[in-house]
Design a protein around this ligand. Structure first.
Ligand code: HEM
Ligand SMILES: *[C@@H]1O[C@H](CO)[C@@H](O)[C@H](O)[C@H]1NC(C)=O
Length: 219
């Protein structure tokens, strides 16, 4: 009791309590459209306060060392022609999930590259657009998709990488201002990116106990 009281005092004095609470919940987004609880990260693309938001939802519990599906929601300024997520944190030797807007709907494509050249369509993972989480307005487009094969994959040779469902994983993104030339086709050619970068994504706060139900409801 006394310990609690003095902790409360310290928190009140220094503002720790409030700060800690908002920090802990700041990166979780409960999406009213889809019902998913996403762990999210805003990644800057200009020095002018423009960013792309990456949101990840995974099943909970997700067994360690096993593959699991992931839902990714990308929110990008309309100036972005395509946005790619590299699940292994670099351009080469991992699944690249590329999203773009096509009118009111969205397209998602999985590619893979062994060098810094245009990645090829990759069938070792598959992605499906979740239509209820896909929309656009005058400033942003948003594409939500489910990937099977993005959280466990071979990198080079027989090396397998499994993303940690209980910790953080280093992901990479790239985006181009140029739209794919055949926007209605998920095998469309794409232009090279204008920007790429890396971030640590917290998967520990991405868990959804109702994951499969939510996927089915949002198709
Ligand atoms: C036509 C398609 C693409 C071409 C021609 C291309 C080409 C390149 C080149 C030349 C570099 C080296 C740039 C440098 O070192 O400054 C690079 C780096 C990179 N690219 Fe791409 N790229 C393409 C698509 C993608 C896609 C779809 C992603 C998905 C996220 C991606 C992610 C990256 C990343 C993260 C890097 C940094 C280096 C690394 O991690 O390997 N690229 N790319
Ligand atoms: C436009 O759409 C984006 C993505 O769904 C959303 O985050 C943003 O709040 C919307 N803006 C307006 C003004 O409705």
């Amino acid at each position: 009791m006394r310990w609690n009281l003095s902790l409360t005092c310290a928190a009140a004095l220094f503002g720790f309590g409030l700060f800690a609470v908002s920090e802990a919940s700041a990166d979780v987004f409960r999406d009213p459209d889809t019902g998913f609880s996403f762990s999210q990260k805003d990644v800057a693309i200009t020095t002018n306060n423009e960013f792309i938001t990456f949101r990840v939802a995974i099943p909970s519990p997700a067994p360690a060392g096993q593959p699991y599906d992931a839902v990714i929601q990308v929110v990008a300024p309309v100036a972005a022609g395509w946005v790619g997520v590299a699940w292994g944190g670099s351009m080469t030797n991992n699944p690249l999930l590329i999203s773009w807007a096509n009118g009111a709907s969205g397209v998602v494509s999985i590619r893979r590259a062994t060098a810094h050249t245009a990645p090829a369509v990759y069938t070792g993972a598959s992605a499906q657009v979740l239509s209820k989480g896909t929309k656009s307005n005058g400033t942003h487009w948003q594409v939500t998709s489910k990937c099977t094969g993005c959280t466990q994959f071979t990198t080079t040779g027989t090396t397998t990488k499994t993303l940690n469902p209980a910790g953080s994983n280093r992901l990479a993104f790239a985006y181009s201002k140029t739209k794919p030339s055949q926007p209605g086709s998920n095998s469309s050619p794409i232009n090279v990116h204008d920007l790429f970068n890396y971030w640590e994504h917290d998967f520990a706060s991405a868990g959804n106990p109702e994951f499969q139900d939510l996927v089915d409801r949002n198709l």
